[in-house]
Ligand binder design. Structure first.
Ligand SMILES: Cc1cc2nc3c(=O)[nH]c(=O)nc-3n(C[C@H](O)[C@H](O)[C@H](O)COP(=O)(O)OP(=O)(O)OC[C@H]3O[C@@H](n4cnc5c(N)ncnc54)[C@H](O)[C@@H]3O)c2cc1C
Length: 384
């Protein structure tokens, strides 16, 4: 950090991932002057380890709407921020291989169509034509949306940060928040390893570390870190595969073409919560085995690299967004449960509006932090 921290800030955002930077930009665009404090580098948390997927194919209306708005905002991103977000609408293909998954997929497609998502339903022969070499004999139904796709996590995060700075926000790297000061129940300031900042509003955008930030304000933020792996192969397909991001709903195995090879991943149901980021080399063969069952040519692929990152899980796999009732001045934007990159643009937009007292474009009350103490839960089922 080149200059001292300011003694005061209108709003302090803890965490400079996609979420913190999006919120900073949207607040600054509404005339506020937020301060972002990031303990490491911008995008150095979960954002920098994510697969960059952006989709509208969810099971809940709010997530479908957020996906739609994310794509609109990515479409305007370069014009608004000056940075190309690298959005590639390669499509998302969701495979159902059992009656139960086929029924769930049909329900989700009905809701998506009701909300005007251009989603198609395919049978196994059409899927086979779309993705040559894919095993489809067990696919009973699939859904496909060509406007879903991939964007650049680094571009989106740094693009928002640069645009926020131009509008008067301060974005500081290498500053760790070590405490949140309260006066009674109200937020009064943050303590950092570079000094105190007096501030009436603090937003926890700390990804998998959100629970620790909550503890600093003596509240429980129900977010737990969960390790997930990404594998990247060397080029092995000639001609290179042209396929949408493809997800097997039953196993959670997913892949998309990347540089002549494949980028792929799959959840490990036995993985306990924890913040260990080391690659579990014993788990990777299971991903390749499952992948080769779905795409047999994968057997001949060499692994180029693999890395692990952290999902930020809540009990219902839905985010926590909004004010905290018994801590005036404390706000949450965390717990995205593996979807926070794509949700960052629209959640930042709507939360900024709410914080400025105007109507949010998307009503985020289903994400109210209080829902676990008596509110209504509507879990997301299209979880990858
Ligand atoms: C393998 C993998 C694949 C994924 N794929 C996708 C995908 O395809 N699409 C999608 O939408 N999402 C995906 N995700 C999820 C996505 O990465 C996250 O939901 C999203 O990046 C969360 O953004 P964030 O800004 O909330 O958190 P983060 O990016 O984790 O940012 C939080 C920041 O807070 C900082 N911080 C923490 N504590 C403090 C402190 N005390 N003081 C100061 N700073 C602090 C951290 O250093 C960090 O930079 C994936 C995640 C993983 C791990």
């Amino acid at each position: 950090m080149a200059r001292p921290l300011p003694a005061t800030a209108e709003i302090t955002i803890v965490g400079g991932g996609a979420m913190g930077c999006s919120l900073a930009y949207h607040l600054a665009a509404l005339g506020r002057k937020p301060l972002v404090l990031e303990r490491g580098r911008l995008g150095g948390g979960s954002t920098g380890r994510c697969a960059g997927g952006v989709r509208q194919q969810f099971s809940t209306a709010i997530n479908i709407r957020l996906g739609q708005r994310a794509i609109e905002l990515l479409g305007q991103f370069q014009e608004v921020t000056g940075t190309d977000p690298q959005y590639r609408p390669i499509g998302y293909l969701l495979l159902a291989t059992s009656e139960a998954w086929a029924e769930a997929l049909a329900r989700d497609v009905s809701l998506q169509r009701l909300l005007n998502v251009p989603v198609e339903v395919l049978g196994s022969a059409e899927v086979g034509r779309l993705v040559p070499g894919l095993r489809t004999d067990d696919v009973s139904r699939a859904s496909l949306c060509w406007t879903d796709g991939l964007a650049g996590p680094n571009e989106v995060t740094t693009g928002y940060a640069a645009a926020a700075r131009r509008l008067g926000a301060r974005v500081e790297e290498g500053v760790e928040v070590v405490g949140i000061d309260l006066k009674g129940e109200r937020v009064h300031g943050v303590r950092t390893d570079h000094g105190l900042v007096s501030t009436p509003d603090v937003v926890i955008c700390a990804g998998p570390q959100a629970r620790q930030l909550g503890e600093m304000a003596a509240i429980t933020v129900p977010v737990d870190p969960l390790k997930r792996h990404v594998l990247l192969t060397e080029p092995f397909l000639t001609p290179p595969l042209r396929s949408p991001m493809t997800i097997d709903l039953a196993t959670g195995f997913y892949f998309h073409p990347e540089g002549g090879g494949l980028l792929m991943g799959m959840g490990d149901p036995s993985q306990p919560f924890g913040d260990d980021l080391s690659v579990d080399w014993n788990f990777l063969p299971k991903v390749v085995e499952e992948g080769s069952r779905r795409l047999p040519s994968l057997e001949s692929a060499a692994l180029r690299t693999a890395w692990a990152g952290l999902y930020e899980m809540t009990p219902d796999r839905q985010p926590l967004v909004g004010s905290v009732a018994d801590r005036p001045g404390l706000w949450l934007a965390c717990g995205f449960s593996g979807h926070g990159f794509m949700m960052a643009p629209p959640v930042g937009e709507s939360l900024a509006a709410e914080m400025c007292g105007s109507a949010p474009r998307i009503d985020m009350s289903p994400f109210a932090p209080l829902r676990f103490s008596g509110g209504t839960l509507a879990p997301e089922s299209v979880f990858v």
